[in-house]
Ligand binder design. Structure first.
Ligand code: FAD
Ligand code: MLT
Ligand code: ZN
Length: 478
């Protein structure tokens, strides 16, 4: 296999020098680094197809990459140096916006922020929203089935996608860009590629759903004595605000302390920083005044009931951005703080407070002093249950205790009938963990799909579960 052969089938941008390729070969968290024969940056779907055909003929593995912001190590190759890194970043045109159909067709490398902006220019909302939106791509969002901070109202990436264009593992271009709300014509191929982490094919374009732009948004920050109180607040919010409730996010006290230490310039809405905090957002379809009144009513009731000890409603957009900035800087604060063990768990919403209380106690019993950095999408039952070393420790022993901590957290998740990856995907980080809790039948079905679509196992091998090599551990199976 020679790069000159590759050149013959692809005349677009091909990077081979160490300096040019370095940024593509290490993940956002700087935890995984690999090597590749080259980084290809096609800007046409036909070129993606030609590259995949060349890889299929040569037996070269392909690692698709969007913005390289993924959290599970799925977007970088292994150390063998055999793979081609296929960056979709230059395949980034907006092909069509159809405001009447409430759809937009965009190429895979479009930044999420660009998709949101283009929708807004047409008086529409593309609601997927996450702190990495300035760097992640719609192709990556769909391939990880990203969640983010508006799932409560609008659903995750899967629920926002109507159609896909995909290059199959054989290098054929499948035009599945249907802009239909109803389509029952056989197996749902689109849904197979969503959340597949590039292991079944390469997404080259997507038709996504747009929503009406809300007339106003109102944001509140509330201090709550415990997560159980937060859950009562959530239930009341759902009953009184209905579909207007857009976000219900939480930070626990160790997160607040870490943000204060690592990013002292951030502005806080309340003097009270020792309790759990929730960020509530309401998108009002009518007007700001009625939204504000509804949120005030909710918080008044919560004060009287003792579920909230202090609260502030953002007076304007600037203040609302300040509230959101606290929540959105959690990932950066942890990155600055040093070592941490990340989890991305989901349990039934009704049991999440109980889950956190029990798991915190269990971890504290085994590892006194470690800090549970628990935050995230409380309203979705999805928390980032992260574990950091004790204060004033650099966590030298963390790599050694990581699997034991994973076991404690994920066994608890399993006991609560939850998921070990709610929104970040499996990649290499959680592949073994997910396999441990899946039943043999589920793993067998996943392998059958992978084998049918990618019989040579060239699409992002070693990621997710389609090519998982062994039977799951007996004690993990349901
Ligand atoms: P990459 O990281 O480049 O790739 C991710 C996976 O998708 C890989 O398996 C890759 O092979 C595959 N892939 C990428 N493009 C394609 C394609 N076109 N075709 C086939 N496969 C492809 N995630 C959330 O869900 N919710 C959050 O709230 C959230 N917040 C974040 C905050 C920060 C600060 C950061 C850094 C990350 C956050 N993430 C979050 C994780 C990440 O942003 C998402 O997983 C995002 O969807 C990844 O998009 P990407 O373009 O960077 O994909
Ligand atoms: C978030 O919700 O902020 C993210 O998913 C990122 C993270 O887990 O750090
Ligand atoms: Zn998240």
């Amino acid at each position: 296999m020679h790069l000159s052969d590759l050149r013959a089938c692809f005349s677009g941008r091909l990077l081979t020098g160490a300096e040019d390729t370095a940024a593509f070969l290490t993940d956002w968290r700087r935890r995984w680094s690999g090597r590749a024969i080259a980084v290809a940056q096609p800007d046409r779907a036909e070129d993606v197809a030609a590259l995949v055909r060349w890889c299929a003929a040569q037996g070269v593995p392909i690692v698709p990459q969007g913005g390289n912001t993924g959290m599970s190590g799925a977007s970088v190759p292994d150390a063998s140096g055999r793979a081609l890194l296929l960056s979709l970043a230059r395949l980034n045109r907006v092909r069509e916006v159809d405001p009447l159909n409430n759809t937009m067709t965009v190429e895979a490398g479009c930044l999420l922020h660009t998709v949101q902006e283009r929708a807004r220019e047409h008086g529409r909302l593309f609601p997927l929203s996450l702190a990495a939106e300035g760097s992640c791509t719609i192709g990556g969002n769909l391939s990880t089935n990203a969640g983010g901070v508006a799932v409560l109202r609008y659903g995750n990436a899967r629920e926002l996608c109507l159609g896909l264009e995909v290059v199959t593992a054989q290098g054929e271009l499948w035009d599945g860009l249907r802009a239909l709300r109803k389509d029952n014509t056989g197996y749902d191929l689109r849904d197979l590629f969503i959340g597949a982490e590039g292991t079944l094919g390469v997404i080259t374009a997507a038709t996504v759903k747009l929503h009406p732009l809300p007339a106003a948004r109102v944001t509140a920050w509330a201090a709550v004595p415990t997560l159980s109180h937060a859950m009562r607040l959530l239930e009341r919010a759902q009953n009184t605000l209905g579909a207007r409730l857009t976000a219900f996010e939480a930070l626990t006290p160790p997160c607040i302390e870490m943000l204060t230490e690592q990013l002292p310039q951030l502005r806080w809405p309340l003097a009270e920083r020792g309790t759990d905090a929730v960020l509530i957002e309401l998108s009002d379809p009518d007007d700001e005044a009625s939204g504000r009144a509804a949120l005030e009513g909710l918080l008044e009731h919560a004060f009287e009931a003792g579920w909230v000890s202090d609260a502030a409603i953002a007076a304007n957009l600037t203040q609302s951005r300040e509230f959101w900035s606290l929540r959105e800087h959690m990932t950066e604060a942890q990155q600055r703080a040093g070592k941490n063990i990340k989890h991305d768990i989901a349990v039934p919403i009704s049991r999440i407070a109980e889950f956190v209380e029990q798991t915190n106690a269990e971890i504290a019993r085994h590892y006194p002093g470690v800090r549970m950095i628990v935050f995230g999408h409380l309203g979705d039952g999805n928390l980032h249950y992260n574990v950091s070393p004790p204060k004033r420790s650099t966590g030298e022993d963390f790599p050694q205790i990581e699997s034991a901590i994973n076991r404690l957290v994920h066994d608890a998740v399993h006991a609560f009938h939850g998921s070990v990856s709610a929104e970040h995907g499996l990649g290499v980080l959680r592949r073994d963990e997910a396999a441990r809790y899946k039943s043999p039948v589920e793993l067998r079905l996943m392998r059958a799909i992978k084998h049918a679509l990618d019989p040579q196992n060239l699409m992002n091998p070693g990621k997710s579960l389609g090519d998982y090599p062994t039977e799951p551990a007996a004690e993990g199976a349901r």
